[in-house]
Write a protein of this length. Structure first.
Length: 212
């Protein structure tokens, strides 16, 4: 995937490949007939949100908007390297009713400064980044995430959980959701999903209007 997206970027087609990948993810989730309250996290370049969609994909996108509970999973690198385009893409996604998830928080200092502008519903922190005495930014990351959670009601999701020690770290961080190999490894989507006890909350859409 890295080589493919790099080649697309060099050809000026990164947004098109990103759109195709996102719609393909939607199609797979729709075909799996997930429970309506199941949250689907989809990696995406926010700058591609709102761009023209190929005609043969429009029906899938429309169906996804009506049937799926989507969180746009944005890398903090996108927020740091293209903040203006990323924030516009975030607002466009919010106008469709999607939630926003900010991934890999803590890799760079820029993402912490821009987090109040992105207003993510879910803040993902990799527990491996906060373990050990060598991570000098750990206190700042924990402080920023905690402040954002208390100010906005966002939730913290601890990623990279592979052991019970990671679970303890996640709880100390204030995480209420988690992902990692301790809970399950990548695989085919299930044929049946139960009603989530605590669906991941999505904040109300921004009152401003943006094209979807």
């Amino acid at each position: 995937p890295d080589a493919l997206f790099a080649a697309a970027a060099e050809a000026g087609l990164a947004w098109e490949l990103d759109t195709i990948a996102r719609v393909a993810a939607f199609r797979a989730a729709l075909d799996a007939n997930l429970h309506p309250s199941t949250s689907v996290f989809v990696n995406a370049d926010p700058a591609s949100v709102g761009r023209p969609v190929p005609g043969e994909m429009v029906s899938t996108l429309v169906e996804a908007l009506s049937r799926l509970r989507v969180f746009l999973d944005i890398s903090e690198r996108a927020l740091g390297t293209s903040p203006a385009a990323t924030l516009v893409g975030i607002e466009r996604a919010r106008s469709t009713g999607w939630g926003i998830s900010l991934d890999n928080v803590g890799l760079t200092a820029d993402s912490l400064a821009l987090m109040p502008f992105a207003r993510p519903d879910v803040v993902k922190v990799d527990v491996s980044l906060l373990q050990g005495p060598c991570h000098e930014r750990a206190p700042r990351v924990v402080g920023a995430v905690t402040a954002h959670r208390e100010r906005t009601g966002a939730v913290t999701l601890a990623a990279g959980i592979e052991s019970t020690e990671d679970v303890r770290t996640a709880r100390a961080l204030g995480a209420t959701y988690g992902q990692g190999y301790l809970f399950g490894r990548p695989g085919p989507l299930p044929s049946h999903t139960r009603n989530p006890v605590h669906p991941v909350p999505i904040s109300p859409a921004n009152p401003h209007n943006y094209c979807a």
